[in-house]
Ligand binder design. Structure first.
Ligand SMILES: [Zn+2]
Ligand SMILES: [Zn+2]
Length: 357
């Protein structure tokens, strides 16, 4: 397509919006499918009947089921490093460093976080129902969902001397301090588990990551709250998909509009050129044509100011707009390498013929 062009910025914006909407759509489908699977998963109470249900199920296994029970350790529980009266079965300790880094683009200090140390401990645990029936939870660290509570959080601020402060302004980086956190899944907490429920050969009930690629969840909220969170996330991903697709469509519309304007200007120029040719032909055919051409020749020979500034032999017969200069003949105007006025270098948006009467 003649005159159709896409700038690098437009191509980058279009590519980025298409790629981003593709990623958002993938994440939307994933959240939607997970929420639907969770919606369809049967709920079971942890009691003596659960073993009978599983015995009656082919393979003694329910591929995706929801259970809820109280957390109990199988052996010795873990003790909180900071609050000695708190016991748990999962424990996560994190030390994060916070730095302020000067951003010359925004002209402000930006907070940067870096994990300095992280450790996770776990002990075997079960979910206990109303009648002491227990379901062993396998691979808890592979599960998604919020299943730990913050048991300790402390920020260690750094104190500076005057020399340090001056040094920081020169280096563009200053240490704020370290954030120390401990999270635990406490003993006795009510936990919702969503996964594969199986009756093992040793007659124990187990909850483990599903083998059908569904997501494994352990959460201290109930399954309804978990589903609502997933649905909210799906709505967000959908909105982002639509927004980035609209941004891509806007870039395409912008390019299309520019091409349409280009075609419109070309059509107008062509019409003007034809009109110009027609008028010149008419003038040559008119009875006074000879006299006129003589007069024009005189003008060309005697008054160099009215001759085309480019070829110096034809009369000036074009008005260049928007600058309004009358400086060249139509043939020289057409031969211009770029549509810039030869006198003032302004862009030529239109050209109209100049008629001598
Ligand atoms: Zn000329
Ligand atoms: Zn000009």
């Amino acid at each position: 397509m003649d005159g159709f062009s896409v700038t690098i910025t437009e191509a980058v914006c279009l590519g980025a919006s298409l790629a981003f909407s593709g990623i958002c759509y993938y994440l939307y489908r994933k959240s939607r499918t997970t929420a639907d699977k969770l919606d369809d998963a049967p709920h079971f109470t942890i009691d003596g009947k659960l073993k009978d249900i599983l015995k009656a199920t082919p393979g003694a296994c329910l591929q995706y089921a929801v259970i809820e029970g109280a957390v109990q350790p199988v052996g010795e529980p873990l003790r909180s490093h900071f609050q000695k009266e708190i016991f748990g079965v999962l424990q996560k300790f994190m030390l994060r460093e916070h730095r302020l880094v000067w951003n010359s683009l925004s002209g402000s200090w930006i907070d940067r976080e870096q994990v300095m140390h992280q450790s996770v401990n776990s002990v075997p645990f079960v979910l206990v129902g109303s009648d002491e029936t227990a379901v062993r939870v396998l691979c808890p660290l592979q599960a998604s969902g919020v299943h730990m509570e913050i048991t300790h959080e402390k920020f260690h601020q750094v104190n500076y001397s005057l020399g340090d402060i001056v040094g920081q302004y020169f280096s563009g980086e200053k240490l704020k301090g370290q954030l120390e956190t401990e999270e635990m899944l406490k003993v006795g907490a009510t936990l919702t588990g969503v996964g594969e429920l199986i009756l093992d050969t040793d007659d124990t009930l187990n909850l483990r990551p599903p083998s059908n690629s569904a997501q494994y969840f352990l959460s201290i909220t109930d399954s309804d709250a978990l589903r609502h969170d997933l649905e909210d996330m799906a709505v967000w991903w959908k909105a982002l998909t639509v927004a980035s697709a609209l941004a891509g469509a806007a870039v395409l519309l912008w390019v299309g509009r520019r091409y349409y304007n280009h075609l419109k200007v070309q059509r107008e120029w062509e019409q003007l050129r034809r009109e110009h040719e027609r008028r010149r032909a008419e003038a040559r055919r008119a009875p006074s044509a000879a006299a006129d051409s003589e007069a024009l020749q005189d003008v060309g020979e005697n008054n160099i100011e009215n001759a085309c500034v480019i070829c110096l032999c034809q009369p000036r017969d074009c008005i260049l707009l928007d600058c309004g200069h009358v400086c060249c003949c139509h043939s020289c105007y057409q031969a211009l390498p770029r549509r810039l006025c030869p006198i003032c270098r302004q862009n030529i948006s239109r050209v109209v013929p100049l008629f001598h009467v």
